[in-house]
Design a protein around this ligand. Structure first.
Ligand code: ATP
Ligand code: MG
Length: 323
């Protein structure tokens, strides 16, 4: 069977190195080999905050980040959640296929609730993984390049697909998650690197901003640099970042830095990150908001055509359609 790739991101801020090594690198590698859909998950922004914030700006910035890393709109359909009402229509029957207990058990949802700025947890927070099932299944996606935090959601999608097929006849494939080289990159505070937790190195940050962020990163009191994730997580994290950007093992880098201490470690990391991001940043500087808007308009149209077909098939399978 030929694969179909679906993945996406929330327009909550600039893409960062965690996205690159968790998912973006795989997308660039897969595009052209398989049909690929890339979703700007705008409705998902309000799962853990009260309003969508700077959504228009964040949406075009996200598309520009995609283009900068090499996602090619001629080979990938880039589209927005809010432009495809059929996704919301698919949500309804899908919700009937999962239990409240299953929604409550989701470990990523629990973690996001812990970091949420909302005072009351919304219903959307518990149900968005099912919305995500609609995002993946509308195009019959089979391969989902994501970071580790998304594994429980891909499981929900498989559950929905399996139960739908059992109840109404086979319509959907069971998609697989595909994790990147670094499925859970840590941020400069030691937690998951996240757009909205202020601990990320954005792909689009300037070289000086990058240097300042790494300068502020915590290390420890031991002078000699070693790679020890258990005992020295802060130092290990910087070594991991530098290693990913240089395509080298963090342990080997630690051996070379040795007595150079934290100052050398930070210099090496800053240079590695800035060098790695230079071509990406250069490409981004050449693009404007108009490019992003045009690409979204085209992508929305193509995604919508696909979604209409799947919704018809679903309604037919359920005996709802008049035809
Ligand atoms: P937010 O803080 O707003 O939730 P985020 O940084 O978690 O933003 P998302 O848009 O939620 O980013 O996630 C987009 C994709 O990037 C998902 O596939 C997710 O698994 C992956 N991803 C996000 N953060 C990391 C990370 N630190 N390491 C690896 N992959 C990541
Ligand atoms: Mg997230």
């Amino acid at each position: 069977m030929n694969d179909i790739v679906l993945t996406g991101d929330r327009p909550t801020g600039p893409l960062h190195l965690g996205h690159y090594f968790g998912s973006l690198a795989n997308r660039v590698e897969l595009q052209g080999r398989y049909p690929m859909y890339v979703l700007v998950a705008d409705y998902q922004v309000i799962t853990d905050r009260d309003t969508p914030g700077e959504i228009r700006r964040n949406t075009t910035d996200l598309v520009l980040d995609y283009l900068a890393v090499g996602i090619d709109p001629a080979r990938a359909v880039i589209f927005q959640h809010s432009a495809i009402p059929e996704l919301n229509q698919l949500l309804l029957p899908f919700l009937s296929l999962v239990s409240v207990a299953e929604l409550r058990r989701n470990p990523t949802v629990k973690d996001e609730i812990a970091h949420s700025s909302q005072r009351a947890v919304s219903g959307l927070m518990f149900t968005y993984p099912v919305h995500q099932a609609a995002d993946i299944l509308f195009c019959k996606g089979t391969l989902v390049p994501v970071g580790k935090d998304q594994l429980p959601h891909v499981e929900v999608t498989r559950l929905v697909a399996r139960r739908f097929n059992e109840r109404y006849g086979t319509v959907f494939p069971l998609p697989e998650a595909m994790m990147g080289e670094q499925p859970l990159l840590k941020g400069l505070d030691g937690g998951k690197m996240s757009k909205s937790r202020g601990n990320a190195i954005a792909l689009s940050a300037t070289e000086d901003e990058t240097a300042a962020l790494i300068r502020k990163a915590r290390t420890d009191a031991e002078r000699h640099i070693t790679f020890d994730e258990e005992r020295r997580p802060e130092v290990a994290n910087l070594l991991t970042l530098a290693g990913l950007c240089l395509g080298r093992s963090p342990r080997e880098l630690a051996g070379e830095i040795g007595d150079g201490g934290a100052a050398t470690l930070k210099r090496v990391t800053t240079e590695a990150v800035n060098e790695f991001l230079r071509p990406i940043r250069k490409r981004r500087a050449e693009l404007g908001e108009g490019d992003a808007r045009r690409i979204l308009a085209e992508g929305n149209e193509r995604a919508r055509e696909r979604a209409v077909l799947t919704l018809e098939e679903v309604q037919q399978a359920m005996g709802l359609s008049a035809s």
